[in-house]
Design a protein around this ligand. Structure first.
Ligand code: UDP
Length: 322
């Protein structure tokens, strides 16, 4: 297939591109390089620098495509609570521009990067796709809105989609083919790495009074290469079944912030300087996925997501930069 990867120079996008190339697809990347990087652009792809808010540019990029992976979005939970206007513009307007460009160019298949943040503060521990959606941060809300738009575009415009609800994306390509570090990362593991390498003097653990085993938040950390493989499986599914789906991508195991720090110290042999701080707005205590649907419909299962591998692959790329 000829696939447009919107946001293909970014952290998750570059891993997705690698997987699509590996499985024989032709790839065109559209990216504004705001957080993605040119060094992440693989050989044998076509690259268009552009922004999803630029309607003529995204329409042009769509020409001749069979499918789209859309990953261009703002994704920092904390920031989304401070700048909902920025998140509305990029994640809502931007995605609608992409969808309308698909309609205009008769592109039928769409794989969307959604998130566990659509669930909010669930009362149960392990979440399946039927768990009620009740986002507690604007980022999660923006993704939930797009999932709803997608079901309407399916009904009214015939776009068949797979929305992948990523749990916490971590790790780097184990073969070292993704070269660029994410710019201005705001997620836990990059912050832990920056602390190890002295970019930050110390880090703060956001909250120590959550109802979890050690009082810190628990998340389901999934290796980005495992997320990437789901995207190509999603296209296979769409072509085979011509049916839209929403599915979780996680490991079914949760680790606390303290677990992540301690395992990093063990794997790297280096100390992580941290202090306990206040809770961060918009953080649920624990999130963990049931990914049975992805397993049954796509034949997907995580293969790279041991905590050791996640931390080792991340540490390796940080060692190259710092
Ligand atoms: N976290 C933290 N300190 C930091 C960054 C993150 O304690 O400097 C915690 C955060 O509160 C959450 C977990 O690490 O419980 C994962 O946060 P991240 O921002 O990576 O992903 P999120 O789950 O918010 O999408």
């Amino acid at each position: 297939m000829r696939i447009l990867v919107v946001g293909g120079a970014g952290y998750i996008g570059s891993h997705v591109v690698k997987e699509l190339l590996k499985t024989g697809h032709d790839v065109r990347v559209f990216d504004n390089l705001s957080t993605g990087q040119e060094v992440n652009l693989f050989e044998n792809i076509e690259f268009i620098k552009g922004d999803i808010l630029d309607i003529p540019a995204i329409e042009k990029a769509m020409e001749g495509m069979d499918g789209v992976v859309h990953l261009a979005a703002k994704k920092a939970v904390g920031e989304s609570m401070e700048k909902p206007d920025v998140y509305a513009l990029n994640n809502l307007n931007g995605t609608i521009n992409v969808l309308n460009a698909m309609v205009k160019n008769n592109v039928k298949y769409f794989v969307f990067s959604s998130t566990a943040a659509v669930y909010g503060m669930p009362s149960i521990e392990v979440l399946d796709e039927e768990t009620p959606l009740n986002p507690i941060n604007f980022y999660g809300f923006s993704k939930k809105m797009i999932e709803e738009v997608l079901s309407w575009y399916d009904r009214l415009k015939g776009i068949k989609f797979v929305a992948l609800r990523y749990f916490n994306a971590v790790g780097y390509d184990g073969e070292g083919d993704v070269k660029g570090l994410e710019k201005n990362p705001q997620n836990l593991l990059p912050i832990v790495m920056e602390t190890i390498f002295g970019v930050r003097e110390k880090m703060t653990v956001f909250g120590s009074d959550y109802p979890t085993k050690d009082g810190t938040c628990e998340r389901d950390y999934i290796h980005v290469s495992d997320l990437a493989s789901a995207h190509q499986l999603a296209f296979q599914y769409l072509v085979r079944e011509n049916q839209s789906q929403i599915m979780n991508l996680g490991t079914g195991v949760a680790h606390s912030v303290k677990d992540m720090i301690e395992m990093t110290e063990k794997v790297t042999g280096r100390q992580v300087k941290y202090e306990m701080g206040d809770r961060r707005a918009g953080d649920p205590a624990a999130l963990m996925a049931f990914s049975k649907k992805a397993n049954e419909l796509l034949g997907w299962q995580p293969q790279h997501s041991s905590l050791e591998n996640i931390i080792a692959t991340t540490y390796r790329i940080y060692q190259k930069y710092f």
